[in-house]
Write a protein that binds this ligand. Structure first.
Ligand SMILES: Cc1ncc(C[n+]2csc(CCOP(=O)(O)OP(=O)(O)O)c2C)c(N)n1
Ligand SMILES: [Mg+2]
Length: 582
């Protein structure tokens, strides 16, 4: 006979409905809803915020680990145009947010971390999991504050959104003491805040008329101008303006990895990604001179970082630079430039307006020759890689894997890749079909393992878009647990694991640098498809090139996430230029 559960057991095991109404947490949720927040990426704490959030129609998207939760929120922000919100408990959980916040800081993605803190009267008493959050978060965020007064909730939530979405977007951290959240909400002020600040860019600034005039004249008179578009073009939503400028002034446009998709890569004036992988078999190998020999270089939302500039060797030393950026200190960091401090969308449009009135005959005359040069460079590349792209070898060549994927992309597809070789394979092997198509890669810090959780966040932002994800087997092992999240949260991703059995980039780079590789590089055989099936996802293994197409088609037609474990050539590496230079 079953004994009746005692009162404590009943209280612990039965959900009786939320015991709190009109708390500070409710006021937080209300403010989030005012800023257009629809979902919180969170495991549980601060529980009161999640529970109150339900009452405002705010959905919880669960994660298994704070690290990956941060990347989910990041990709969500990149694709939704809204702020990504991630929540975490104080202490060790909060510490796991450092890497995703740092990524967001590097590549200017607006995130807000809502982090629970210890009760206000327990501060500095060695309370459970108490750490100095403000010191920990300061170097990886734009703004970090701890709110302690019930009457200031709207003020602080609005400050967090303003920090995240204004100027150069980035992460903000709001620390919420646990006892404050369950306290009664303060009385509403006579004039409650009503602004919605959850979209970015919050403010769009413009450079001076004089500097725009000067830039337009430089472009109109240039002999060999080129545009190099970075991720800032996507952040600003400036892809239509960039396409218009490209067409109007007959400008060849290259992108960085972060900027991929800023232009249509099938356009006769697009160069694709031109950066640190223009070696043998690189898609931009034969187009690189259009960047390296330019006389005027227009940088747009481009950090001029090491990878994008191929260790600052790619851009021509003698060129005149024009740099559009919302962040004044990025202009002139590595290349002295005509400073166009402003929002990319407005600035490109203003530049185009001026060029419409300018004498563009030189640009028009150059166009046919330029298009022929680009077509020729593309053809040379296609001839060079034909054998690899069409290879039926087993284990498979990544170039062949990219061919199968590329054939299935549409302008609506979103492609996400992990760090390591996967982001290079997709940048090289897949083409953007229209200005504004999105390829999401963790290029702020290139941390391993971020690809798959980013794909989940991408799917939350674009529930109707086909989301493809390409990851290496080493990086994916950082995030296996989120396969269960994909199943539970009903997030469909077509996940391709490049199973080469090694930490490829690590092993090849070590061999090239040192003539030997370290013991961590080689794995025992792993059946990733079985891992997927173990948590209720679809999992298939592909060992023959001829089988990949059908596997992709089935995955695209299936209901939930499918993991395709593709047995990949461990000796294949992408065209990293320094591999050839050493
Ligand atoms: C968090 C993190 N740890 C370590 C590295 C260093 N790292 C860069 S690439 C790489 C190997 C990745 O192997 P895998 O994910 O299997 O991809 P592959 O290169 O084999 O395609 C390593 C260890 C990193 N970038 N990030
Ligand atoms: Mg690998």
């Amino acid at each position: 006979m079953n004994a009746q559960p005692d009162a404590t057991t009943r209280r612990a095991t039965e959900s009786r409905g939320l015991q709190y109404t009109d708390t500070v947490a409710h006021r937080v949720a209300q403010a989030l809803a005012r800023h257009g927040v629809e979902c919180l990426f969170g495991q549980s704490l601060p529980s009161m915020v999640h529970l109150a959030g339900r009452e405002h129609g705010i959905r919880q998207v669960a994660y298994r680990q704070e690290n990956t939760g941060g990347y989910m929120a990041d990709a969500y922000a990149r694709l939704s145009g809204k702020v990504g919100i991630v929540t975490a408990q104080n202490g060790p959980a909060a510490a796991l947010l450092v890497a995703p916040l740092m990524e967001a800081l590097k590549v200017s993605v607006p995130l807000i971390a809502l982090v629970q803190d210890v009760n206000r009267d327990q501060t500095d008493r060695n309370a459970f999991q108490e750490i100095d959050h403000e010191s920990m978060f300061r170097p990886c965020s734009k703004w970090v504050r701890r709110v302690t007064e019930a009457s200031r909730i709207d003020d602080y939530v609005d400050m967090a959104f303003t920090a995240a979405t204004s100027g150069r977007p980035g992460p903000a951290v709001l620390l919420l003491p646990a006892d404050l959240l369950t306290s009664p909400a303060a009385a509403q002020p006579a004039a409650p805040r009503s602004a919605s600040l959850g979209r970015y860019p919050l403010d769009r600034a413009m450079p001076s008329h004089a500097s725009l005039d000067e830039a337009a004249a430089l472009i109109a008179q240039a002999q060999r101008p080129v545009v190099v578009a970075g991720g800032g073009v996507h952040l600003s939503g400036a892809t239509a303006e960039l396409a218009a400028l490209q067409a109007l002034a007959s400008l060849p446009v290259a992108t960085t990895v972060m900027g991929k998709g800023a232009v249509d890569e099938t356009h006769p004036l697009s160069l694709g990604v031109v950066s640190y992988f223009t070696g043998k078999n690189g898609s931009a190998r034969f187009l690189k001179p259009l960047v390296a020999e330019a006389d005027v270089v227009l940088l747009v939302g481009n950090r001029t970082n090491q990878n994008g500039t191929d260790s600052w060797k790619l851009y021509p030393a003698g060129a005149r630079f024009i740099h559009i950026d919302i962040e004044p200190t990025e202009i002139g960091r590595n290349y002295e430039a005509l400073r166009l401090v402003g929002d990319a969308k407005l600035t490109l449009a203003a530049l185009a307006d001026r060029l419409k009135a300018a004498d563009l005959s030189q640009r028009q005359k150059a166009r046919a020759g330029l298009e022929a040069t680009i077509a020729n460079g593309r053809r040379q590349h296609q001839e060079e890689v034909a054998a690899l792209v069409n290879s039926n070898a087993s284990p498979m060549r990544p170039e062949r894997i990219m061919r199968e994927l590329d054939q299935r992309l549409t302008a609506e597809s979103v492609v996400v890749a992990d760090a390591s070789y996967s982001s290079i394979w997709i940048a090289n092997g897949l083409r953007s079909r229209q200005a504004g198509m999105r390829f999401i890669t963790p290029r702020g810090l290139a941390g391993l393992g971020w690809g798959f959780p980013m794909a989940l966040g991408a799917r939350v932002a674009r529930p109707d878009a086909p989301v493809f994800c390409v990851v290496g087997d080493g990086g994916f092992a950082h995030a296996w647990a989120e396969l269960e999240t994909a199943v539970r949260m009903k997030l469909k991703v077509v996940l391709v694991v490049l199973n080469n059995g090694i930490l490829g980039y690590q092993k090849h780079a070590e061999n090239i640098k040192f003539g030997a590789y370290t013991d961590a590089c080689q794995f025992v055989p792993v059946d990733h498809a079985a891992i997927a099936r173990a948590v209720g996802a679809r999992g298939v293994r592909v060992e023959q090139a001829q089988a990949l197409g059908a596997a992709l088609d089935e995955a695209m037609a299936a209901e939930g996430t499918t993991l395709i474990d593709v047995v990949t050539d461990p000796d294949a590496f992408p065209p990293v230029t320094w591999y050839e230079a050493v």
